[in-house]
Ligand binder design. Structure first.
Ligand SMILES: Cc1cc2nc3c(=O)[nH]c(=O)nc-3n(C[C@H](O)[C@H](O)[C@H](O)COP(=O)(O)O)c2cc1C
Length: 182
């Protein structure tokens, strides 16, 4: 079906309502409530604030009907990935790459999930001091190998998270969840 649906959204109470266009989807886990898996490495208050905004967006009333599961990257398993319909990945930039924790996640899920998760939607946020390029490139390579589909451009954030950064994370979570609505 090619019809687009307008999904109204607002980032915070009292703020002007924005929205997204989304295309109705069908998901293979027949009969199940669509599930969004947030896999994140959160080693600092800044990353915690970003993670909470992503989760708030994903669990907002506007996207009612999506189950949201969050897993630290060091605890997320292939079973978590296979049991979800879409993904949000969150990491700091570390030593010019994604965190070791998110890399470990990919190392262990890649082959078990390679065939079963083709085409699934995902979104990414990366936070660094000044350069997130290597992390974004690494994530793009691995998700291209998995043949996951980005739901919107990766979010690259630096410095102390300001209101626009938190709003962007909220929207990232909301869009990733809305993509899963039947
Ligand atoms: C070992 C280590 C390596 C890091 N490498 C990078 C890097 O390559 N690029 C970058 O922009 N930030 C780098 N950072 C900064 C982290 O991305 C940053 O600490 C993290 O996003 C959390 O932000 P915060 O320290 O402001 O809370 C590094 C931090 C550590 C501890």
């Amino acid at each position: 079906m090619n019809t687009l649906i307008w999904l109204p959204m607002s980032c915070s109470p009292g703020k002007a309502v924005s929205g997204i266009w989304r295309r109705p989807r069908r998901w293979p886990r027949t009969g199940a409530v669509p599930r969004l898996l947030i896999v994140h490495h959160t080693p600092s208050p800044a990353l915690h604030a970003l993670f909470e905004s992503v989760r708030d967006g994903a669990t907002s009333p506007e996207v009612d009907g999506v189950e949201v599961v969050a897993r630290p990257a060091l605890a997320a398993t292939a079973v978590d990935v296979l049991g979800a319909d879409g993904y949000v990945l969150g990491t700091p930039a570390n030593l010019g790459y994604m965190s070791g924790a998110l890399k470990h996640f990919f190392d262990q899920i890649y082959y078990p999930c390679l065939d079963a998760t083709v085409g699934r939607p995902f979104a990414v946020y990366v936070h660094g001091n000044d350069d997130t390029g290597g992390a974004l490139t690494g994530i793009e390579k691995i998700t291209t190998g998995l043949r996951w589909k980005p739901v919107q451009p990766a979010l690259s954030l630096t410095g102390a998270p300001a209101r626009p950064d938190l709003d962007a994370c909220w929207e990232l979570g909301a869009v990733a969840a809305a993509t899963l609505l039947p």
